[in-house]
Each structure stands twice: as structure tokens, then as C-alpha cells.
Design a protein around this ligand. Structure first.
Ligand code: AQP
Length: 328
């Protein structure tokens, strides 16, 4: 029996190497082993202000990135979160089941609301209950995410256990699936922080950046004053570049092989080789993306088909949850 996996990405900015190496690349590599449901979580994106036209464009662009990176729509349901109404309906039930203390302890909420707590949306606080609804609606076994989302998957488990205990055993308890390498790609300009959509232009390499921009970002990446090239966690800038190098190398390349390759070389050589690896590694994605852009109807059809295939699962789970709570 194949395991069912669910994951998603917010169309809240342009996609970067962290989204690719921490999430999409792993989904593509494991797609033959699992039953896959991958979502574009536009309802999560609006927990912070979005320009409507840009959000609509980024939602389609993200679908194209999923496909361009190699997700096969025959094996994988790709859909837009707001196209299946049960996500918001189940999230409301979870808002009423989850103690406020659990939600307000979430690191992402604390970080994102830190500057303007009074102005930040109620939706930002409710973000993890919507994420729990996404995952639990489909009775997913595994949730492949980057390390930054682990806390939200653990909260999802807590919500499911509480609901099952207090009402009825409706939900499967999912596991976070977090790969070791690439689980947290760090910002190029500030390698103690994670690479993110909101971190400013020089923190990230975007998946659709031109070769010139990729070169400039990598050559300017922050390193340290050391000389030898080693995977050492206390040298975060170097460690991050080497991690990216490893993830774009042929599968199975070890840290020892990479260190041996660079013996006697300096950071300049590492950066130049990394520029080539990343440009070539992202080239197929960029080319596929451009091809897909020529046929917008194809992408719309994939999104409609994805939602139609999985909607019955969402309807069944939501109905069971509603009945368990005595609604209707
Ligand atoms: N730096 C990262 N390293 C590894 N994985 C990462 N992910 C995000 N950043 C890194 C993984 O990408 C998936 C989608 O993330 P998301 O877009 O839903 O949310 P996010 O983590 O909030 O993304 P950003 O880019 O960091 O956005 P902002 O700046 O808005 O906060 C998830 O699997 C995530 O783990």
C-alpha cells in the first residue's frame, strides 16, 4: 500500500532555492513511491496582505513550477487550496477545538506578528489550524516539509488527537517527513537566518533567476575568513554553500567526496563551481516553465482535474468531522 502524502507552498512571493531543495525536489524524487497530493495554499498566503492580481499570477506560476520541476500530474493531484471549500470549513471546526495557547505558541506566528502585533491579521494566528485542515482532510500519512514547518505538523497531530479523543476517531495522525540535507537552506547574505520569500533580494536565489543573477548572488554570498573547504556547522555561510553544492551533485555524492574534491582550493573555486552547478541544475526547470507559459489553458485544466480527483476525499472527511461535532 502506498503512503498518502500531502504538502503545499504559499504563492506569497517568488519561489526560491529553499522552497525547491527543502520541499519540491523531494516531492519529485519520491513521487513514484507515494500517493501524492500537492497544493498551492493561496488561503494561507492572504494571512498577510497580498496584491490580488499578483496573487492570482503567482498561484498559476507556482503550479507551473510544480510541473516544470517534474511533478507528474497523472501521479500527483495538483490543486489550489481555495478551489476546495472544505479546507476553510474544517479549519473553522479546528479553530473552535484548538486552545488559544497552542496557536499563540507557534514560532512562525510570533516571528511574523512581532513587529506589529495589533495590526497582524487574526488569520495569521489561525494559520496552523488551516494547515491542520489541509493535511487532515486527506487523511495523509506523511507531510514532506522543510524543518521550519515541523512545529506546525506537530500541532496538526495534537489537534487530530484532541478531536479524535473528544468527539470521534475521524482523523489519521500524520507524520512530518523531513529530509536531513536541505531541510533548512540559509540566506546567502545572512546565513544564520533561513532563506525566505520575504528576506530581501540578496538573501535568495529565485528559481526563475537568470544565470547572471544566480552568478552574482553566489559570488557575493557571505562566507568567513577561513581557508579550507569543510562541512563545519560553525561556519554557516560555507556550510550552506556546500549543502547547496551537494544537493545539486549527482545523487549519493557524500560530504567527504566534496571535501576531497576541494582540497587545496579556496572559496573562489567553490563559488565558481557552484555557480555552474546551480545554473545547469535549474536550467530544465526554467525551460519547462517557459514552455508551460505558452499554454495557460493546460495549467488551468491540470488544476481543475487535480481538485476534481481529490474533492470526494475532502467531502467525506469533513462530513464525518461535522457529524462528530453534532453539526447539521
Ligand atoms: N529556507 C528553506 N529551507 C528549506 N525549506 C524551506 N521551505 C521554505 N523555506 C525553506 C519549505 O518550503 C515549503 C513551502 O514554504 P511556504 O512557502 O509555505 O512557507 P514559508 O516556509 O513561510 O516560506 P518562506 O519562503 O520562508 O516565506 P516567508 O518569507 O513568507 O516566510 C515548506 O515545506 C517549507 O518548509
Amino acid at each position: 500500500m502506498k503512503k498518502r502524502v500531502f504538502s503545499g507552498i504559499q504563492p506569497s512571493g517568488e519561489m526560491h532555492l529553499g522552497n525547491y531543495l527543502g520541499a519540491i525536489k523531494n516531492w519529485v524524487e519520491a513521487q513514484h513511491d507515494n500517493e501524492n497530493i500537492f497544493c498551492i495554499v493561496d488561503l494561507h498566503a492572504i494571512t498577510v496582505p497580498q496584491d490580488p492580481t499578483t496573487l492570482h499570477r503567482r498561484t498559476r506560476d507556482l503550479a507551473k513550477i510544480y510541473l516544470a520541476a517534474g511533478l507528474d500530474p497523472k501521479r500527483t493531484a495538483i490543486f489550489v487550496q481555495s478551489h476546495i471549500k472544505e479546507h476553510t470549513e474544517l479549519a473553522w471546526l479546528f479553530n473552535c477545538v484548538t486552545p488559544l495557547g497552542w496557536a499563540s505558541r507557534m514560532t512562525q506566528y510570533k516571528e511574523k506578528s512581532a513587529e506589529k502585533k495589533e495590526q497582524s491579521s487574526v488569520g495569521l494566528l489561525a494559520y496552523p489550524m488551516l494547515m491542520a485542515a489541509d493535511i487532515l482532510l486527506y487523511q495523509a500519512d506523511g507531510v514532506p516539509v522543510g524543518d521550519d514547518q515541523k512545529q506546525h505538523v506537530e500541532l496538526t497531530r495534537d489537534i487530530a488527537e484532541k478531536f479524535n479523543r473528544e468527539y470521534a476517531p475521524v482523523f489519521k495522525i500524520p507524520e512530518p517527513w523531513i529530509r536531513g540535507e536541505g531541510a533548512r537552506i540559509m540566506a546567502l547574505d545572512e546565513p544564520t537566518k533561513k532563506m525566505s520569500k520575504s528576506g530581501g533580494p540578496s538573501n535568495a536565489i529565485l528559481l526563475l533567476d537568470s544565470p547572471e543573477v544566480i552568478k552574482s548572488r553566489i559570488m557575493k554570498a557571505t562566507t568567513d575568513s577561513g581557508r579550507d573547504i569543510k562541512f563545519e556547522a560553525e561556519r554557516p555561510g560555507l556550510y550552506n554553500l556546500l549543502t547547496i553544492y551537494q544537493l545539486f551533485s549527482p545523487a549519493g555524492t557524500t560530504q567527504e567526496q566534496i571535501e576531497a574534491h576541494f582540497v587545496g582550493q579556496g572559496y573562489g573555486t567553490l563559488k565558481k563551481e557552484l555557480v555552474e552547478l546551480v545554473i545547469e541544475g535549474l536550467r530544465p526547470l526554467r525551460e519547462n516553465f517557459n514552455q508551460l507559459s505558452a499554454d495557460p489553458c493546460y495549467v488551468e485544466d491540470i488544476l481543475k482535474d487535480g481538485a476534481d480527483r481529490i474533492r470526494p476525499i475532502a467531502e467525506t472527511t469533513y462530513k464525518a468531522a461535522k457529524e462528530a461535532m453534532g453539526l447539521g
